[in-house]
Design a binder for this molecule. Structure first.
Ligand SMILES: [Zn+2]
Ligand SMILES: [Zn+2]
Length: 287
């Protein structure tokens, strides 16, 4: 028997950490502790228990298996207030699943599912929201953007003193604009689509994008499974201004040296310089 050490890979992107394990068909979970969220839950690694928001892209087992365990384990450890944002159609089946676990285990742990649809927001904490958007993978599947929302003083009031601003506020003048700074956008699993049309995706500091297949012979597999193939990346990344582009969800058989070589061929330099893989070569190839 071969022993495989299990460990998340971590990337430090400016002021936040992205730590995850993402291998197609096996497990996908990406924790961003500073944003108090995890994108998909995989088999619920220990690190995922510490964040209060689970952002679920779709119901495939390798992405969602650990969700009942998340609520059960947090209950066991005395951590409350966990919430899972899930595609709206999954709320019913997930409640059934929790009830079934209740019959297996003897009790149902506290849990909360919030059904999400394209364009809906959910507040993570004051000034930080998660916005769902439709993806092309399975019925109701979603991606999520986590957005920093700030009130910015309108340009015309920039020269005013503190007391003058207070005076305007008293009069009920709207002196600020709501400005959104998208931080991370997660596409989950997806076929080709024009995500660059969504500003909260195109302008997110970090884009987490799947690229399941790199082998030229696997284009039809990508289409059948509604996944991205490396040949799709130039088109999907067109118009994206993300500082960091993180590739997730590669297959276990992917040779990372080869994958990097292909990327260099298909992508322009300015895009290439922004790309990292979430999984290190070691974790993919040692298995
Ligand atoms: Zn997947
Ligand atoms: Zn999937």
């Amino acid at each position: 028997m071969k022993m495989r050490p299990y460990q998340l890979s971590a990337l430090q992107l400016d002021d936040f950490t992205v730590a995850g394990y993402s291998v197609a068909g096996e497990e996908s979970v990406i924790v961003v502790p500073q944003l108090d969220c995890v994108f998909d839950i995989g088999k619920c690694p220990r690190e995922a228990l510490t964040v209060n928001h689970v952002l679920m892209s779709h119901g495939h087992m390798d992405h969602i298996a650990g969700l009942p365990y998340y609520f059960s384990q947090r209950d066991f450890q005395g951590i409350s207030n966990g919430v899972a944002l899930v595609p709206a159609d999954l709320v019913g089946p997930l409640e059934d699943l929790m009830a079934a676990w209740g019959r297996v285990e003897g009790h149902v742990p506290p849990h909360r599912f919030v059904g999400m649809r394209h364009g809906e927001d959910h507040e993570i904490r004051r000034g930080l929201i998660a916005r769902a958007f439709a993806t092309r993978h399975m019925a109701g599947s979603l991606g999520f953007a986590v957005i920093d929302v700030r009130q910015k003083l309108k340009g015309e009031f920039a020269e005013l003193t503190g007391p003058q601003i207070v005076e305007l506020k008293k009069k009920g003048v709207q002196i600020t604009n709501r400005v959104e700074y998208p931080l991370v956008a997660y596409l989950g699993d997806t076929d080709k689509a024009s995500y660059a049309a969504l500003p909260h995706v195109a302008q997110a500091k970090a884009l987490l994008i799947e690229c399941t297949f790199f082998d030229a012979e696997h284009v039809s597999r990508a289409r059948a499974g509604k996944h991205l193939h490396v040949i799709d990346l130039p088109e999907v990344l067109e118009g994206m201004s993300n500082e960091h582009i993180v590739i997730t969800h590669v297959t276990r058989r992917t040779n990372m040296a080869m994958a990097r070589k292909i990327l260099r061929k298909v992508l322009p330099k300015d895009v290439l310089s922004r790309i990292t893989f979430l999984m290190s070569r070691r974790y993919i190839e040692e298995a």
